[in-house]
Design a protein around this ligand. Sequence first.
Ligand code: ADP
Ligand code: MG
Length: 698
Amino acid sequence: MADLNDDIRRAKGVGTRWAQLLSDDLDVHTYEDMLQQYPYKYVDRSHIYAVRDITCDMAYVQLHGSFISMNMVGEGSHRRLTAVFTDGTGAIEIVWFKGLEYVRNTIKTSEEYYLFGKPTVFGNRINIVHPELEKGDATISNAGTLQAVYNTSERMKKAGLNSKAVQKIILNIFAELQSKPIAETLPQYLIDRCHLMPRGEALRIMHTPPSLQVVENARYRLKFEELFYIQLKMLRTYSQKRMQQSGYLFATSGAYLNDFYKNHLPFEPTNAQKRVVHEIYNDLHSGKQMNRLLQGDVGSGKTMVALMAMLIAKGNGFQACMMAPTEILATQHYESLTKMLDGMPVRVELLTGSTKQRERRVILADLLSGAVDILVGTHALVEETVQFARLGLAVVDEQHRFGVAQRAKLWSKDAVPPHILVMTATPIPRTLAMTVYGDLDVSVIDELPPGRKAVMTEHYFHEKRNNLNRFIRAQLASGRQVYVVYPLIEESERSDFKNLTEGFEYMKSAFPEYKVCMVHGRLKPDEKDEAMRQFVENEAQIMVATTVIEVGVNVPNASVMVIESAERFGLSQLHQLRGRVGRGADQSYCILMTDYKLSTDTRRRMEIMVGTTNGFEIAEADMRLRGPGSIEGTQQSGLPFNLHVADLARDGQIVQYTRDIAQEIIKSDPTLSAPENVIMLQRLNYLEKNALNWSLIS
Ligand code: ADP
Ligand code: MG
C-alpha cells in the first residue's frame, strides 16, 4: 500500500536518473516531498484563441490547429527551425532555437495540436518561440482547465523532466494513493477553529485546481501548516530552554538604578525605552538566564537602556560588561557611560587593543577583585586573561558584526552564565525576527527621542553636482561637517579605490578652505584612528570614506551625508549610512548620488529612501525586494524546516496568527502530550527527523 513516506524511486514513471535529478535539484526524496512541489503558476487553458486575433502584447495564448511547413534557417549559432501554424483563421510563425532535430522529427504536419505560448515580435513578425505542444483534436486532458506549471532546472529539462513530466509524476502519485486518504497533520479542533481545508483536499487542489479561487483556500491551508510548525518548533525549543537554563536572580532593581533614575537622568526616557527596561528587568528577575535581542533604529537610545540594565546588575552585587565591534565605538560608549554616570559611585573602565600594558594590568586586577563595576571594550573582553569577580550581565552592541552563533559561547566559562543583551541597529522585520529568532526574546525601541528632526533625503543625478557643492558649502559655512561615502565593497577593487582617492582629491580642490580627511580599510589602524579623530574633533570638516564608517560612529555636528554611486548599496546599508547624520539638534541631509540610467529596482530603492526614515519600513521593503535571506544577521540562523509555499516577506499576518495559536498550545501543554495534541508531536518529530536525515545525506 502506498504511503506519503514512500521513496520517490517507487513512484510510477520515475527512473533512477530522474530520481537523482529530483533529489539533487528539488530536494525531493519522498512522495510527500513531490506533492510539496507546488506549481508556481497556473495557466488558463479554458480559452482557445483564433490565430487572426493574436497581437504581440498578449500574454500566454492557446491555439488549436496544425503545422503546414517546417524549415531550418540560418547558420551556426544562428541556426533555427521555423514552422507555420494555422487554424483556418490565419497563420503564425513558430520558432525553435534549441533541440531542432528532435522537434523536426517529432512534429507531424498531418496531426492537430494544441499550441501554447507567448506571442513575441521577432524580425518584424509576430511569432511564438518554443511553444508547449500537445497532440489532440477536441477534448484533450488539459484543454478547458487550469494547468499547473512547475519549476524545473535546466538539467531536468534536458533530461525530459519538464513541467509536464513533473505533473505526470504527481498525478501518478495521487492515483496510487487513491485508496488511502492523505493523513491529516493538524488536530481537528484547529481545522475547525481556523476554518482550514483538510490536508488531502488542499494538496489535490494545488495540483489539479477546479478554479483559482479554490486554490487560494488550499494555499492558505498549506501556508498555515508550514508556518504553524515552524512556530511550534521554535516555541517548544524556547520553553524547554527556559525550563532548563537557570541564571542569576537579580532580586531587586536596586539602589543604583533608583539613584540614577531620581538624580542623574540626562533626559526623560521615551516610553519605548521605559518599556524595554521593564522587559529586561522581568528577565533578570525571573531566575532564568536572559537572552534578549534589543532592536532599535540608529539614534533610538539603546545606550541608556544598556546602562540601566547594567545598573540593575550593580545594584544586585554583580559586574557588567559591554562589548562593541570597533575601538572607536567602544571608546564612544565608554565616554557616554562615564558622562551619564557622573557623580555616581560606579567605576567604568575601558579595555581595548591599545590599552597600555601598565593600565591594563591595573584594570585586570581590579576587575578580578570586583573593584571595577562596568568594563567596556572590544573583542579583547573575551580573552582568557580577562577575568571578572562576578559577571552578571554582558551587553553586546551591533550584533551583526559578531555573527549570531558564536556570541552565545562567549561567556560559557562560568557554571551559571551571565545574562545576555544583544543590541542591534539593523531592524529585522517583526515577522522575520519572530521566525528566525523565534527562540530568543526580542525587544524593540520603536520610538525616537523627542525633537529629533528626520534626516531629509534627496536623490540627485550626477549632473546636479554643482547644486550639491553649493549646498555643501553653505552647510560648512554654518559650521557643520560633511561625510562623502564611496562604495568599496571589496576593499581590493582597484577601480573603486581610484574613485575614492579621486573623490578625496576633488573635495580638497573644491573646498580648499576646509580640511578633508579620508578613511578606508587599507589604512593602518593608527592612520585610520588619526583620521577619525580629526573628524570627531572637527579638525577636519569633510570626511571622504568607504563604508567602514557605517557602524555606530557618533559625530553630532555632521549634518550632511553624501552617498556616491548610491545604486551600488543595498537598502539596509543606505539606511545605516544615513544614520550617521541627524544625531544632533540641527536639520540633517542625506544626498543619494546616482547615474541617470537606473534599473527599476534601484529606482525603487531610491524612492524608498527618500520616502521614509523608518528603519522597520525600510527593512520590510528590503525583504520584499530581495527576499528574507537578504536581511543582515539572519542568514546564519536559518529556518528549522523548509518553506514550500509560505513566504516570510508576504505572509506576515499568517506568521503572527500561527505564532499566537502555537503560543497558546505550548502554554497549556508544553510537552504536547494531551491526546488531542499528540498528532502535532508526531508531526514535529517527523519533520525534525527528516530535516536531519537529508542534511546528513546531501
Ligand atoms: P543608538 O540606539 O543608536 O545606540 P544612542 O544610545 O547612541 O542611540 O542615542 C543617540 C542619542 O540620543 C544620544 O546622543 C543620546 O544621548 C540621545 N538620547 C537617548 N535617549 C534619549 C531620550 N530619551 N531623550 C533625548 N535624547 C536621548
Ligand atoms: Mg549605539
